[in-house]
Write a protein that binds this ligand. Structure first.
Ligand code: UD1
Ligand code: CA
Length: 466
């Protein structure tokens, strides 16, 4: 974007219809806040973050923190007297630009393509440009009034003040606009607040400009879904499902197989390689990076996960902020927690939990184990029921297990602990001391056997008449 165009995001409103303690623009759809969607579309259209002005007001501190974290600048609108008043609040910094786009901050489906189209219309000489659509469902949005003879845009009429004939108009105002700034300020100064809410409507600027003979370009959204603004929880859910369907489509176009795409939930920005298969009900959240040729089993929930190639995740695994190298096999019902690492070709099975634990290449922990703060070498076998006792009530301690070890079932490994390479731990042991390489360690009481015990017991019982 040329340094001559700025972009204003309107994000000061309370969002009363959400009935929420949180500001509306920080509610999430498709894994990102509404504000993040607006900023991402702007940045995708070529705006540098410094050219994005976010108008904040309600819960200003929280919204400011998010906007500034993305590099945008904030201006405060206090009190909030309507969308027109909000643009006025941004006048000082916006005056530096020859043109500005203005977008409602509650429109998570807005695309970069739409913002670029509005810029193009301004650059082609329009004094103002606005996006419109005729969605299948009617919505209580501003109606676009056009001159019946010429088709020129004359005004936007808000739903609350529209006559029955105007309400029948199907072309709606999306809430994305572009203005030549020199024409915008006088038009904004001329609008009143003579409406049921006593607010200064930005949309009234269009009638002002039209009366003064300015050219107002309408841009019909190629994808009418973009017009979905979020005012209620229902609309939030609708946007969430549209965004996730969009992400599923994006991945399928990139060569990912998705069974039951209506059932998967994929956050924006997740990366998945070719020929990976996502089974029904999979959720990929946050910053997942998944290689090619993987298979993610039904009902698995992955957050911030990094998987190499040909990794198999069997159903109902919950994997969070961990990594798995190529050829690893995980699940079903595995839990990986932050900092877990599954080496190449390693297997982690059902009801195994790993936290800050590295399982070396080719190692296996197949059933019912807790491995925390542990480093396990290559080709070791961790028996069913093995527990690393990493916490003594005060501090966490580490367990180190070498290559090619065999840890018998139901071993209790009390950290800090080191087990040398190729060592064996007898099943059921409680191991509290360092085990040397190649050694067999047993930490359990010796078995006691009493020959003929059953016969003697039965005889005693019979004598008692039992
Ligand atoms: C607005 C449009 C309507 C359009 C619809 C599309 C107006 C008057 N109407 O209606 O024509 O069809 O969006 O979704 O603009 N805001 C502020 N400060 C304020 C008031 C609002 O920053 O004082 C912000 C809100 O945070 C929101 C945006 O402006 O992001 C739009 O406000 P909202 O109340 O949601 O307007 P709608 O009734 O949806
Ligand atoms: Ca709205």
């Amino acid at each position: 974007m040329s340094g001559n165009t700025g972009l204003i995001v309107l994000a000061a409103g309370k969002g009363t219809r959400m009935k929420s303690r949180h500001p509306k623009v920080l509610h999430e759809a498709g894994g990102r806040s509404l504000l993040q969607h607006a900023l991402a579309a702007a940045i995708g259209a070529g705006f540098s973050p410094a050219d994005i002005l976010v108008v904040i007001g309600h819960a200003a501190g929280a919204v400011r923190a998010r906007a500034e974290a993305a590099g945008a600048r904030c201006v405060v609108q206090q009190p909030q007297l309507g969308s027109g008043d909000a643009v006025r609040a941004a006048r000082k910094p916006a005056e530096a630009y020859a043109r500005v786009l203005v977008i409602n901050g509650d429109m998570p489906l807005v695309s970069s393509r739409t913002l670029r189209a509005l810029c193009d219309l301004l650059e082609a000489g329009a004094a103002a440009a606005l996006a419109t659509a005729e969605p299948a469902e009617s919505r209580p949005y501003g109606r676009i009034l056009r001159d019946p003879a010429t088709g020129r845009v004359l005004a936007i009429v808000e739903d609350q003040v529209a006559s029955p004939e105007q309400k029948a108009i199907r072309e709606l105002n999306a809430g994305f606009y572009g203005f030549e700034t020199a024409r915008l300020w006088p038009a904004l100064a001329a609008i009143g607040a003579d409406n049921p809410h006593g607010e200064y409507y930005l949309t009234d600027v269009i009638a002002q400009l039209s009366r003064s003979g300015a050219e107002i370009a309408g841009y019909r959204l190629p994808d009418p879904e973009e017009i979905l603004g979020i005012n209620t929880r229902q609309e939030l859910a609708q946007a969430d499902s549209l965004l996730r369907r969009r992400e599923a489509r994006r991945l399928m176009e990139a060569g990912v197989t998705i069974y039951a795409p209506e059932s998967v939930r994929i956050d924006a920005g997740v990366l998945v390689g070719e020929d990976t298969v996502l089974e029904a009900g999979v959720e990929l959240r946050g910053r997942c990076r998944i290689g090619s040729g993987c298979r993610i089993g039904a009902g698995s929930l992955l957050t911030d996960m990094e998987l190499g190639e040909d990794v198999e995740v069997l159903p109902y695994s919950v994997l969070n902020a961990a990594t798995a190298e190529s050829g690893a096999r995980i699940g079903p019902f595995t839990r990986l927690r932050e900092g877990a690492h599954v080496g190449a070709g390693a297997h982690v099975g059902n009801f195994v939990e790993l936290k800050k634990a590295r399982l070396g290449a080719g190692s296996k922990a197949m059933h019912l184990a807790y491995l925390g703060d542990a480093e396990i070498g290559a080709d070791s076998n961790i028996g069913a029921g093995t527990i690393t006792c990493n916490y003594d009530g005060r501090a966490k301690h580490a367990t180190r297990i070498g290559d090619d070890c065999f840890i018998g079932s139901n071993s209790t490994l009390v950290a800090p602990l080191e087990i040398g390479a190729r060592a064996y731990i007898g099943a059921g042991s409680v191991i509290t001391e360092k085990v040397a390489p190649e050694a067999l360690a047993l930490g359990r009481s010796r078995q006691v056997e009493k020959p003929g015990w059953r016969r003697r017991r039965d005889k005693i019982a019979a004598n008692r008449g039992g």
